[in-house]
Ligand binder design. Structure first.
Ligand code: UD1
Ligand code: UDP
Length: 349
């Protein structure tokens, strides 16, 4: 079996780090990195820290508008997939790299396996929602992280090739050791700080919303550590909001490697985030989680009481944190996504 895996952004490096080593015990994997993320802290740090094999192809598309970026990926993927002619193309999640991999493969009649299929925010203004919907509709294998994702696909008429496998990210969190030295280097200790990440276009592209989020961070009852995504940094500069980053109690750091991030999450008093991956991880680790969005694809976290959906406006974030009671139920049992996916791919179409 020959598999081409298309990755290109931070969360995809992390997911590939879980599946690729096992995949390579029973298949030949051709790894294609689109180059959507190129900063050292968004890409190289994961290749090194998670021992991801170097890509066979690096497309070096870099940043651009959605259409241009996705178009460059498609143009570069087409000849590679024709030449390699894999049995499957694997794509992860919901980025422009996911969409490009899925469209390039399906146009060549190469079956697509989508990992993290079926998630929906029901907000078509999110670029990720478009990417998910289109990718799911051209995929032959749809590996869902939870039952709700399966239900979403059923509602859209997709029932063939759908499988509930669980979330790959759960596997990696549990295998990741603490990096206490890293906490020491930042002069942090357990439960003395909150951790915050924000990078979604719908928040960071709006000056008023972004300022409100930064103001809410400055008024938290804990000091807050912010590994700042380059998109957010550039919007803060563009909107001249830099002064919020030097407020007392705000500690801005560069984005960190996976092990460091899990350590920061594990020891935080609270996690505030608009990231899909970070909200899942923080809940998995049992840390009070505030989702800085109006809706989430991971509604089960809110229903179970593991996370609170705060909205993105300053007043709403402050009100949600002020309520502050926390009583999450027991964590559901983990599935075995790696084995489920590999066995299913081996069974064929
Ligand atoms: C992308 C994904 C998002 C995912 C996130 C993970 C899409 C539409 N969005 O968002 O779903 O949650 O990755 O982190 O695919 N930039 C840099 N250095 C880099 C990469 C980006 O400075 O290495 C800056 C550039 O100014 C760029 C901006 O970030 O224009 C946005 O980058 P892009 O890859 O388009 O989207 P993300 O916001 O990173
Ligand atoms: N992450 C990381 N370092 C950071 C911020 C996030 O390693 O500085 C990890 C995080 O632990 C999670 C993943 O990146 O596994 C989430 O990626 P991101 O928030 O960029 O994207 P999303 O999950 O929202 O698509």
């Amino acid at each position: 079996m020959k598999i081409a895996t298309v990755i290109g952004g931070r969360p995809q490096y992390i997911k590939a780090a879980v599946l690729s080593p096992r995949l390579r015990t029973c298949a030949r994997e051709v790894l294609i990195d689109t180059g959507q993320h190129y900063d050292e802290f968004l890409s190289r740090v994961f290749y090194e820290g998670l021992q991801i094999p170097l890509p066979d192809y690096h497309l070096q598309v870099g940043s651009a508008t959605h259409g241009v970026q996705t178009g460059h990926m498609l143009a570069a993927l087409d000849p590679i997939l024709q030449q390699e002619h894999p049995d499957w193309v694997i794509v992860y999640g919901d980025t422009n790299s996911t969409l490009a991999g899925a469209i390039a493969a399906s146009k060549l009649n190469i079956p697509v396996a989508h990992i993290e299929a079926g998630l929906r925010s029901f907000n078509r203004k999110m670029p990720e929602e478009i990417n998910r919907v289109v990718t799911d509709h051209v995929s032959s294998k749809l590996y869902c992280p939870n039952q709700e994702a399966v239900n979403n696909l059923t509602r859209e008429g997709i029932t063939q090739g759908v499988k509930l496998v669980g979330d790959l990210m759960d596997v990696l969190i549990d295998q990741t050791p603490d990096d206490r030295e890293f906490l020491d280097r930042l002069s942090l200790w357990g439960k003395s700080y909150a951790l915050a990440t924000v990078h979604r276009a719908e928040t960071t592209d709006d000056k008023e919303l972004l300022q409100g989020v930064l103001q809410a961070f400055a008024e938290l009852p804990w000091p807050v550590v912010i590994p700042l995504h380059p998109r957010t940094r550039s919007r803060i500069e563009e909107f001249s909001l830099e002064s919020w980053l030097s407020r007392e109690g705000i500690y801005v750091i560069e984005p960190v490697g996976y092990r460091e991030m899990i350590t920061l999450e594990r020891h935080a008093q609270a996690v505030l985030t608009d990231s899909g991956g970070v909200q899942r991880e923080a809940c998995h680790l049992g840390v009070p989680t505030y989702i800085l969005r109006n809706e989430t694809e991971w509604t089960e976290l809110v229903v179970r009481g593991q996370a609170v959906l705060t909205g993105v406006r300053y007043e709403d974030i402050i009100a949600a944190i002020g309520q502050g009671h926390w009583d999450p139920g027991p964590r559901p049992e983990d599935l075995d996504p790696v084995n489920c996916i590999i066995k299913d791919l081996q069974r064929g179409n």
